[in-house]
Design a protein around this ligand. Sequence first.
Ligand SMILES: *Cc1c(COP(=O)(O)O)cnc(C)c1O
Length: 382
Amino acid sequence: MSALVYLDYAATTPVDPRVAEVMARHLTLDGIFANPASRSHMLGWQAEQAVESARRQVADLIGADPREIVWTSGATESDNLALIGFMRANRERGRHLVTSTIEHKAVVDTAKALEAEGFEVTWLTPGRDGRVTPDQLRDAMRDDTALVSLMAVNNELGAIHDLAALAEVAHAGGAVFHVDAAQGVGRIPLDVRALDIDLMSLSGHKAYGPKGVGVLYVKRSPDLRLEALIHGGGHERGMRSGTLPTHQIVGMGEAFALAAAEGEADQAHITRLRDRLLDGLSGLDGIHCNTDPTVSVPNILNLAFEGVDGESLLMALREIALSTGSACNSASVEPSYVLKEIGVPRRLALASLRFSFGRFTTDADIDRALDALHHALPGLRR
Ligand SMILES: *Cc1c(COP(=O)(O)O)cnc(C)c1O
């Protein structure tokens, strides 16, 4: 049998070979390796062209103008720039921020840092389905609410927010609407005009692109000002200085072009695999679905296995690469804060695993995971 079965696509995806091929052409002397900011020679212009064409690829996927795309080192930095950069630049507009308790740590910890700086945060607790409702948001809005930050797709549950409805409430209350859409690319439509989104964080490596590159979409509007977090050189219209990593950027561009072309086909393939896993588990007792499949992307399935300890189950499933909750929590034995917040009892939260699939997952991968579960569960429950 081959090595590990990879069912942890929500932690990171492998780079698509077509993306890796484009990246490799932007590294070495015979490729497009020069500094895209070098204006004095042809090689610099070529690199600049490569960056600008990738910028258009990302903009096209989300219905944005290329001038609204700011390159960053990943969605973590994009979230920091959106929250800190916006709140600091708009102190006179208000000191209040609204977000949820099940955001990625890149938003949760950034909002906490803002609290320590004197800003005020309202933390909304989502329902059992992992979603904050527009009514909840409406109740949380204040006269001094400057920013609302809510994620497109939750990374542990797969729950999809109703972004258009939430944007409407945020705007009616006079606030700017930020979305962490790292898990949304290629999974759900992310048209920033149709959804009326002002700021949106994106990551390369959750969508078959490389790690270490991301984007913050910043709507072109006179009242949308951000204070830079990283100074030096004035790249990206002053919002994010630093030499642009051409190979990372063209990789993210190619990955997003593939997501635009193949996202729907990927999701059809993945829905079939998810249903194959659910069918295969239907004979086993005591399995609870933490994910509400009716409001979630098909590529994430969070399941609780009654009567077992998640860590022991992970050990028993050694040949399957999986996660208990989010990767960042794997070092500690605390149950996932996301499961806790949606009301999963501690006992079940500690017995939960996240299965996440992708473009390269096969029927055979699902069958091996099912075999392993059928073998491991009776012994662990005895
Ligand atoms: C992975 C992820 C991030 C962090 O993205 P990086 O590019 O790894 O910094 C932020 N938010 C969500 C929802 C994620 O899934």
